[in-house]
Design a protein around this ligand. Sequence first.
Ligand code: ADP
Length: 633
Amino acid sequence: MPIVAMVLVVMLLGVLLWLLNRNEVEESRLSLIKDILWVEQNIHFHLTTGEEKLGQLATEMSRAELPSETFEVQARAMIANSAEFDRVLLRDAEGGQAAAIPPADGEPISQAAREAFILAKSIGRAAWSAPFVMAGRGQVFEVHVPLFRHQSFVGMLVGVVSVDSLLTHHVPWWVAERYKIEIIDGNGTTLGAKTLVELAEPGPSHQVRLEPPGQGLALVATVYTGETNLARNLLAAAIFGLALLSLSSLWLVRRHVHRRLAAELALRNEHAFRKAMEDSLTVGMRARDLSGRITYVNRAFCRMVGWSEDELVGQSPPMPYWSPDALEATMEMHDRVMAGDAPAQGFEIQFRRFCGEKFWALIYEAPLIDAHGRHSGWMASVLDITERKLAEEMARQQQEKLQRTGRLITMGEMASTLAHELNQPLSAIASYNAGCLNRLGAAGFDPEELRPALTKLGVQAQRAGQIIRRVHDFVRKSEPQLEPCPLNKVIEDTVGFIEFDAQRRGVTLQVKLAAGDIQVSADRILLEQVVLNLARNGLEAMGHTPSRQRKLSITVSAAEGQAIVAVADHGQGVAPEIAENLFQAFFTTKDEGMGMGLNICRSIVEYHQGRLWFEPNTGGGAVFRFSLPMRAT
Ligand code: ADP
């Protein structure tokens, strides 16, 4: 709109200036015509008056006694009183000069004058000549009035009009100031001119016929175009310049406004985007100034604590959501944060909700920097970790429970293992004992013969004692005790436990230990328990395997800092439909199974930062493997 208005104003100004100019041109043309007509009238009046006066003199002379005296007197008076003629001549009937006022030498009559002479004589009235050059007077023209006495032509009265003096006397100064006035002949040649000004450039001109003398003479006025035009042009230029300036500044303002609007829009979009982002956050955000006063809270924080934004913003410590039981500790933490000493990894603190419920928050503090780069406060992101903490606690309790249950179950299993295990050394002890007794009763008894039998009996008794101690240790220990264990040795010892069972089931045991000494951090009893469980599962899986293929191999290896124990059997393998449930508690496919073995094994292995998994064995059956991180030696 402003630009359209401005353009209209400029256009209207242009039209106005053009109209003014046209008016002025028209006016000056009119006044030019008026003025030139006035000048023409003036000259006409004087020339006709002069002609009339000559006519009267001619009449008087025709009647006078002494015509030449009358001429002298009258002509002198005419020259002296009026400025019509520069000179008055009396010519005789042949055209020769008879008298001249003011006196002058008789000059030969010019061609133009002669023609006028002849014309006047023939028509018997005054006649005007064409212009011609007269010595000492420049361009002149003459009026010839015939003299008659008693009806016969006796001479001619001639009035000489100099073009220059005509212009000098009959063009007033005020005309000469505005125009250049010229008298031109029929060919357009200038005969005389009058002006008071220098014409820089000729303006419009107007021409009127000069009658008398006729003969193609004309009066030309040319307008002088001077300073007035310059001032007007300057004014117009100034107006247009100013208009252009206004237009360009308007354009600049418009551009500025456009940019500003674009920036505002971008800012609004940015603000809306940030607001949406803030509102969608589940993390609470809270900003405090350097004095600890709350300056900002987001929706998630309000939801978390239960107070509204209006209630929280502006609050100073102690905050309403601080737990009343831990006010001092909270205040201490607050002071640490204000001093810029907040833990970089965040800190946990207990807050309370509006309803009084307590909750755990994990808080990360970061300095708040304003637009000038000044530190203006602290921004905190607040996470409600109550559920996580509860879940962690529950998991811990569950783990503990599981371990207890596991230990009880294992104890039962151990008891049956022990029964088998102890059976073997005890029957060995019993048979060595019977042998010794037989020897004692025999004739020629040598006490030395008893030594090897008694030594073997002692070894068997020691082994039985070890088995019992293990069970005792396991039951007594409440917490797993991690200690350096040589893995090869642990496997070897465990194999000792199942040897008897394997023999009973007709299974060949194949043990491949690792080449070097592999040390792991483990609770030895639990580790043995894992191997024992996996081996027993393998043995049980081969119930229907043809006896030639009943082979259980236990392999120890090491790779990339991990020790790996593999227990491979040639049993029925793990069907895909049960593969997912294998490690769940109480999942079993056996009639007398508990379904806890693999579950406990996985818990134990994971407790030792290891992994337990299984794969099908090449040539049928399954391989159960577990890894344990190796100790740096
Ligand atoms: P349980 O032996 O008391 O059944 P486990 O947790 O030790 O409990 O084993 C769960 C189930 O996993 C077993 O019932 C069996 O179906 C399957 N399973 C375990 N080891 C093997 C194996 N070596 N080969 C095939 N299936 C196995």
